[in-house]
Design a protein around this ligand. Structure first.
Ligand SMILES: Nc1ncnc2c1ncn2[C@@H]1O[C@H](COP(=O)(O)OP(=O)(O)OP(=O)(O)O)[C@@H](O)[C@H]1O
Ligand SMILES: [Mg+2]
Length: 492
């Protein structure tokens, strides 16, 4: 017989309303001690909202929360931590202007008897998860994956009984992901429970014991993970069966459209490649291999001199994003918060941001046309928002990402550069993005795609370049080469 004490967390009939949205609709879950409990669901299903209620960021409107046998009427984030519940947010929650050590022990320096002790303790924690980040580095200078490791170290610094990880892997390298797997197992062995939220279903199958599937603010099903197939899980998430996760590959490859010759920086060595009309070119490499540097240089986002750029055979100068835009290029950047979204602006403003010059006549924005664009992209990408006027900051993570994709899709770019375009996006919506990508190439455009999800690059690209240590190390036809061959070249 199970008794209540077998559960670290029980939530019953939780409801949460936002203006125009019922984010949670009588959600009930019970998380046993010492298990990894997966939660999956479409963008906007309510996963992060539930976690924010548990961690004291939001107040619940209805329902009961029992943590470690104690009914919790009200909690603040600090109280939740002190009770033993910590959370790693989907969007980082670190202070960019402070060091790694300071961030891990923010507000708790006295615990370690001052700064020296703090850095020493921080070092131990980072070592325990196999991370070599300097504890004196400013968090603002770290890569996304390094920030993630800081978040994990911070969670471990509290003696947590339940650690919530809301899409912890979205910016981790495969090495770091392996370490995360080990850390999760260690936690489970110590009797700690982990709630693991991810759109990467492979991870759910690999790490989780139990999985709860959410849709539209409700829990649709809870099952031991071995009792579900991937197809069943997807069908429950999206409410319909999806035959294939990728649309048929487009085959429209034609004449050269963009040629880049002899691109050299401190990090890149003799990068030369051609992108053809109708082509999806995948760049495969580890995080830090130089993929993002290549596309930022090509797009003129980083000042780089000395290389040649040809557009349809003619030399062009692309030394700023403005010139890139004029040449018909668009970039969906990797870090949506830093480079993509203007958080205090509405969904509409964010979507139309790159189209403003077309919408403005004598300094006046044509607001009905602006509305039309926003509504078109909301529809095309299934962006879940109460209205185009809703502030983008209140959207779920995946829906924020869709706003950026929509912004650049609207430009109907000749050359679309996408850096991790589907990060944080649910399986169903990914498919919609793939279909739109195929449409762009079908109409004579071309796409450069970076993705850390190998199946995605291999299924969508016509050609793949492997990048390792700032060099192009291989070129493959993904229909002929095996994933192992490609990864061998990418790893070096
Ligand atoms: N602060 C807020 N103000 C208004 N609406 C909100 C707020 N936070 C979340 N919502 C809405 O609540 C719903 C659930 O969002 P939530 O972030 O929980 O989704 P999610 O399941 O985590 O999705 P994703 O997979 O995209 O991260 C969405 O419709 C979202 O727009
Ligand atoms: Mg979320």
């Amino acid at each position: 017989m199970e008794n209540a004490n077998d559960y670290i967390l029980e939530v019953k009939d939780i409801c949460k309303y936002f203006p125009g949205v019922k984010a949670l609709d009588h959600v009930s879950l019970s998380v046993p001690r010492g298990v990894v409990y997966g939660i999956v669901g479409e963008n906007g299903a309510g996963k992060s909202t539930l976690m924010k209620i548990l961690s004291g960021v939001y107040e619940k409107d209805e329902g009961t929360v029992i943590f470690n046998g104690e009914t919790i009427e009200h909690t603040t984030p600090i109280q939740a931590l002190e009770r033993g519940l910590s959370i790693i947010y989907q969007e980082f929650n670190l202070v960019n202007t402070m060091t790694v050590g300071e961030n891990i022990f923010l507000g708790r320096f006295s615990l370690n008897h001052g700064m020296r002790g703090t850095h020493k303790k921080a070092r131990e924690l980072l070592d325990s998860i196999g991370s070599s980040i300097n504890t004196n580095s400013l968090v603002g200078d770290l890569s996304a994956s390094e920030m993630q490791m800081v978040e994990i170290a911070k969670a471990l610094s509290f003696d947590s009984k339940l650690i919530i990880m809301d899409e912890p892997s979205s910016s981790l390298t495969s090495e770091e992901l392996k370490k995360l797997g080990i850390i999760i197992n260690q936690l489970r062995d110590r009797g700690v429970s982990v709630i693991y939220i991810s759109h990467k279903l492979d991870e759910i199958f690999e790490y989780c014991n139990i999985v709860a599937i959410m849709r539209d603010g409700c829990v649709i099903d809870v099952k031991p993970v071995e009792e579900l197939t991937r197809g069943e899980m997807i069908a429950k998430m999206v409410g319909r069966t999806i035959e294939n996760e990728y649309p048929p590959r487009a085959h429209f490859v034609g004449e050269p459209l963009l040629e880049v010759k002899n691109l050299n920086t401190r990090k890149l060595h003799n990068i030369s490649f051609t992108l053809h009309k109708g082509e999806i070119l995948g760049l495969v490499g580890l995080v830090g291999a130089g993929r993002t540097e290549i596309i930022r240089a090509v797009y003129g986002a980083d000042k780089v001199k000395g290389h040649e750029t040809l557009l349809e055979g003619k030399p062009v100068r692309v030394s700023s994003p403005k010139q890139a835009k004029k040449a018909g290029m668009a970039l969906v950047p990797e870090d949506r918060k830093r480079e993509g979204l203007i958080l205090p602006f509405s969904v509409q403003n964010n979507i139309t941001l790159a189209s403003l010059s077309d919408l403005t006549h004598h300094g006046v924005v044509d607001s009905s046309k602006e509305r039309e664009i926003a509504e078109r992209q909301i529809e095309a990408l299934g962006i879940k928002t109460p209205s185009p006027d809703t502030k983008v900051v209140s959207l779920s993570g995946g829906n924020q990402q869709k706003c950026i994709v929509g912004r650049w899709m609207e430009r109907d770019p000749k050359i679309l550069i996408m850096d991790e375009p589907t990060r944080g996006i649910d399986v169903g919506a990914k498919y919609e993005i793939y279909v739109l990508m195929n449409k762009i190439v079908e109409e004579g455009g071309a796409i450069i795609m970076i993705s850390s999800e190998l199946p995605e690059v291999l299924n969508m690209s016509n050609r793949v370049l492997t990048i390792c240590d700032g060099r192009i190390t291989g070129e493959f036809n993904p229909e002929e080469a095996s994933a192992t061959e490609i990864m061998d070249k990418a790893i070096g």
